[in-house]
Unconditional design. Structure first.
Length: 82
């Protein structure tokens, strides 16, 4: 959760968990249960291999779009905008 909050500081934890449950329900993520020492059983989510393939394809498509937009002079990096 700390890792996700770094990139999405305005999103609350319940939204992340709701999204993870939906991904699992539609078959896009696998869940593994683990007992951590004396604490409660925890759920660990991992995307399925087929979803990782789809994500890779979407990222390649986004990169082509980003390059095309930058080629016409539009900066796509908001941190570098003036």
């Amino acid at each position: 959760m700390k890792h996700m909050k770094k990139y999405f500081p305005d999103v609350n934890e319940s939204t992340f968990y709701s999204t993870l449950r939906r991904l699992h329900a539609d078959g896009s993520a696998e869940v593994r249960l683990r007992q951590e020492s004396l604490g409660p059983t925890r759920k660990y989510y991992k995307t399925t291999e087929s979803e990782r393939v789809i994500l890779h394809e979407v990222m390649k498509c986004w990169e082509r779009i980003r390059c095309s937009v930058e080629a016409i002079g539009i900066n796509t990096n908001p941190l570098q905008q003036q």
